[in-house]
Structures are given as C-alpha cells and as structure tokens.
Design a protein around this ligand. Structure first.
Ligand code: ZN
Ligand code: ZN
Length: 239
C-alpha cells in the first residue's frame, strides 16, 4: 500500500484492501483498518469505485440469475450446485443477490397467507446443562459449543476444524425441540449468512444435524428455515 499516512505499512498489502471491501479480509487486516484512518479512507474510496465500475466486471464471471434461483430451490444438478455454492462464497455480489432472492421467496404468494414468524434465538452461555444423546464427541464437544434457544427450539452450534485444514473451519449444528430431534428435522433448511450475503445452504438431517464446511474467517449467522418460521442463530465467529 502506497499510503504515506499508514500507521504500519508492513501490516497490510495492496490486495488486502480489496479483500476488505469484499468482506473477505482476515482479522489482522480488519483490525488494521479499524485503527488506521489512511487505510480506512483508501478502502472507502476503493469500495465506491468498485460499486460503480468493478461491480460490473464481477458480474462477468457470475452465474446466470436462473442459476441462483435454481440453487435456492435445489433444482440444479450436483455439478451446478457445487459451482454456485463455491461462487457465492467468493462473490459478495451474488451472495447479496441470493439473500435477496431468499427473502423474496418467503414473501411470495404462498407465504402471504401464512405469516412468516421470525425468531431471534438467544445465546445461552455457558452451554452446559444440556447433553443431547445425538452429540458426537460427548461433553468435550459441548463445552466449546454455542447454545441457542428460541421458545421450545434449541440449537447447538460448534465451530471447529476436525480435519485440520489450515485456517478454514467447519460450522456444525444440532437442532432440538422440547428436548428431542423433531420429526420434521429433515424438512428444515439451514442458511448461512455472512454480512448481507447468503453464502451457504444445508439441509438439516433427520438426526437434526447440519454442517457447513471449510469456512474462511469471519462472523456468520445461521437461519433455520422451518415451515413459516425463521430461527436466527447469530454471531458465530469463525477463525
Ligand atoms: Zn494503514
Ligand atoms: Zn458473482
């Protein structure tokens, strides 16, 4: 970075600012920009430039709108699903677009009649006192988990890297209702959000489990979409 006023030029590189603008910067860069007025200004200018110009270029490599819609509706074949899933993790534009599409899908004709119920799950810390049989790894697993509750719905969320793949981590979760895995667990969709973007979709298993693999550092929210209900589990720190 050729910013003369930078408080510590050794800490930040050219590409870091662009990554920051895209919401993909790591902790060190985010902290630097929080402290460094010069780099913060540079990032703001880069951001507005990107929104006006580079945003168009981004679109060049982006999947067609039908692909995003198809991905959301689970209509794509396996290969296309993987391509879109990978893309929305890396492209903040499409991630935001997908979030908008998901929101719109839940305000369509079928939904108008059954009002959407949005629940903000409360974080309960420490997570102890609840040891569902389905948790693999036992109490040790539970000790590091985040426990959420909204009415009779409970969820455990764990951030970890079982396969030790460097800086990427998995987010896994378990859904319970009234102390047991609900019968309809397999019909619940887990949506993964980062900033304003929808960056992942996962089906909850009939055992109440869901997972998102190999996530880069950042703060994520999970939204469990269940019938006409949204249950939000917020503030999941990865990395
Ligand atoms: Zn700086
Ligand atoms: Zn894109």
């Amino acid at each position: 970075v050729t910013v003369s006023d930078c408080i510590n030029p050794g800490e930040i590189e050219e590409g870091d600012l662009m990554a920051y603008v895209d919401g993909l910067a790591g902790e060190v860069v985010r902290r630097h920009i929080a402290r460094c007025a010069a780099c913060a200004r540079e990032a703001r200018e880069l951001g507005s430039l990107q929104r006006s110009l580079v945003g168009q270029l981004y679109r060049f490599a982006c999947p067609a709108p039908e692909s995003l819609t198809g991905y959301l509706a689970r209509d794509l074949d396996r290969n296309d699903t993987l391509v879109v899933a990978q893309h929305v993790r890396e492209c903040p534009h499409c991630a935001r677009e997908l979030a908008t599409l998901a929101r719109e899908a839940r305000s369509g004709p079928g939904w108008a009649r059954r009002a959407l119920q949005v629940l903000e799950a409360a974080l309960i810390q420490p997570a102890g006192g609840w040891e569902p049989a389905a948790v693999r790894g036992g109490p040790g697993w539970l000790a590091g988990a985040r426990r959420y509750q909204a009415d009779e719905v409970e969820a455990l969320v764990m951030v970890g890297d079982p396969a030790a793949r460097g800086d990427r981590q998995d987010v896994t979760g378990l859904l319970h209702v009234g102390g047991a895995v609900p019968e309809e667990a397999g019909e619940v969709t887990a949506e993964l959000y980062r900033d304003d973007g929808l960056v992942g979709l996962a089906q909850v298993s009939t055992r109440g489990q869901f997972s998102f693999g190999e996530l880069s550092a950042g703060t994520y929210d999970v939204c469990l979409v269940w019938g006409a209900r949204e249950i939000w589990l917020r503030g999941i720190e990865v990395g």
